[in-house]
Design a protein around this ligand. Structure first.
Ligand code: NAD
Length: 500
């Protein structure tokens, strides 16, 4: 059995790992294809010792030299795109084209990080007082750590380490133990790009290692993405240990469909956004909210044939719209939610339970599911399902359509489909959700903006990547200076200086 190992600075590889391992499935075949070594606190100590060796020199390297490593890395990722996407698809289950998107959206943050000399420039005020200048500079926080989910094993690690390392930090990545091979390759390619050993290390593990990261006094900042309960826990425990923490959680994104929307476009967008990647996206659109009964009926009529036409296949089937879900436990959980929805009174219009793919009967496939007449009291509405399940919640008017996502416990993304600019503008201003799409089903902001949800979709106050990411991975130092001209200016510090 192939064992996936940690990526540590030379001399530490493999050592300090606990004897525990975690099995890696091939979700398309239902077979175990590898195992991953699970690390412990001793392993983390070794990684941190190596990070401490290398980080000061890296921080002192001028930013254009650091950027050159990012440029070389960008090129290597592009050259290895196909290999990375196939590896990713084989462990995650998403189809290869979608896996390329996963790599690409991370790569875009690396591209942004290539501009680090520009974005890290500080501020300067000449003459803030008599003969006094004030300037501020951004300095790296030191050693950062990232704890990432299974569903974007390339993009989310790159969101974090791309920004953190370009800004002068060393980085310890603890990827999901369910699909760890791509994060390992990403770290290997980073070395190939010319990064010094120990700057980016990958440690595999589960809760034991996460706790060790959260408690470690030498880790200054932790970025987490995963489910909300764990995000909340990470946020509290990390803050308790005196670290800065950003922790993104789960989601239940709504797509509002106004009566004047282009329904053919909506159906096409919804099919991809609800069922792409088998619904295992935090920016998926698993809830559609048609406004008015007539809109709901027209939408449902168009949705049914579109959903029935979806092709489910193994992750390397080039014609498949989506592949299997990540583990057998997750398949059972999704089907359990469909059972719950049915018991709660939702109408199961298209039932994906018990789906089996011919020739791959052991794969973890779930058929596309459409539920209608879902209401806000239902647990299956309130909780995240994270599978290929689309729920229709009928709203009577625009006000109710604004209220539904605004009052939901999650506030990651939301979309509105309409031709009415005023309605769209009102909606974008009023809705209590962090990321809004206007006729855009998956509004993941580009790398030079920032990503982050609200409410239980995001704990901590700084978003991922862009200038927000830079803020997270750096601290500002403020310098107030004057230079004596030999005469003294007669000021004293018995009275708090006001600088006149
Ligand atoms: P998860 O919460 O199970 O795991 C995330 C990370 O936490 C993994 O690295 C895992 O090893 C670690 N972990 C698991 N259990 C832990 C515990 N008890 N204590 C400490 N650490 C623990 O999430 P997942 O299933 O890998 O990913 C799917 C979830 O992530 C969904 O809820 C999805 O919405 C969310 N997600 C959110 C965003 C976002 O930006 N808001 C992006 C992607 C995914």
């Amino acid at each position: 059995m192939r064992t996936i190992d940690h990526v540590l600075a030379a001399g530490t590889t493999g050592s300090g790992s606990s004897a525990r391992t975690h099995k890696i499935w091939n979700p398309s075949t239902g077979e175990i294809q590898a195992e991953v070594a699970l690390g412990d606190a001793a392993l983390l100590d070794r990684a941190i010792a190596a990070a401490k060796q290398v980080q000061p020199g890296w921080a002192a390297t001028n930013p254009q030299r650091r950027a050159r490593v990012m440029f070389a890395y960008k090129q290597l990722i592009e050259e290895n795109m196909q290999e990375l996407a196939e590896l990713l698809a084989s462990e995650h289950g998403k189809v290869v084209d979608d896996a390329k998107g996963d790599v690409q959206r991370g790569l875009e943050v690396i591209e942004y990080a290539c501009g680090i000399p520009q974005v890290m420039k500080g501020e300067y005020t000449q003459g803030a007082g008599p003969g006094i200048d004030v300037y501020s500079m951004r300095q790296p926080i030191g050693i950062g750590a990232g704890i990432t989910p299974f569903n974007f094993p390339a993009m989310i690690p790159m969101w974090m380490f791309g920004m953190a390392i370009a800004a002068g930090n060393a980085f310890i990545l603890k990827p999901s133990e369910r699909d760890p091979s791509v994060p390992v390759r990403l770290a290997e390619l980073f070395l190939e790009a010319g990064a010094p050993e120990g700057l980016l290390q990958v440690v595999h593990g589960d809760k034991e290692l996460v706790d060790a990261i959260l408690d470690h006094p030498d880790i200054a900042g932790v970025s987490f993405v995963g489910s909300s309960d764990i995000a909340h826990y990470v946020s509290k425990r990390g803050a308790e240990a005196g670290k800065r923490v950003q922790a993104m959680g789960g989601a239940k994104n709504h797509g509002i469909v106004m009566p004047d929307a282009d329904l053919d476009m909506v159906v096409n967008d919804l099919a991809g956004a609800a069922f792409g990647s088998a619904g295992e996206r935090c920016m998926a659109l698993p809830v559609v909210v048609p406004v008015g009964e007539d809109t709901a009926d027209r939408l449902r009529e168009k949705l049914i044939p579109a959903i029935n036409a979806l092709r489910i296949g193994v992750s390397n089937d080039p014609d498949a719209h989506y592949g299997p879900v990540v583990t057998p436990e997750h398949k059972a959980r999704i089907e359990g939610w469909i059972d719950t929805a049915e018991k709660e009174g939702a109408e199961v219009v298209i039932d994906g339970r018990g789906f089996s793919l011919q020739g791959h009967e052991k794969g973890f496939f779930v058929g596309p599911t459409l539920l209608d007449r879902v209401t806000t009291q239902m647990e299956s509405y309130q909780e995240e399902i994270f599978g290929p399940v689309l729920q229709i919640v009928r709203a009577k008017d625009f006000e109710e359509a604004v209220r539904l996502p605004s009052e939901h416990q999650y506030g990651n993304g939301v979309a509105i489909f309409t031709r009415n600019g005023h309605a769209a503008r009102e909606f974008a201003h009023r809705v209590n959700v962090g990321m809004v799409g206007i006729n855009v089903p998956i509004p993941v902001p580009v790398s030079y903006h920032s990503f982050g949800g609200w409410k239980r979709s995001g704990f901590g106050d700084i978003d991922q990547y862009g200038t927000e990411g830079l803020r997270f991975w750096t601290k500002t130092k403020k310098v107030t200076q004057r230079w004596p001209d030999g005469g003294g200016d007669g000021s004293n510090a018995f009275v708090i200086p006001t600088m006149g």
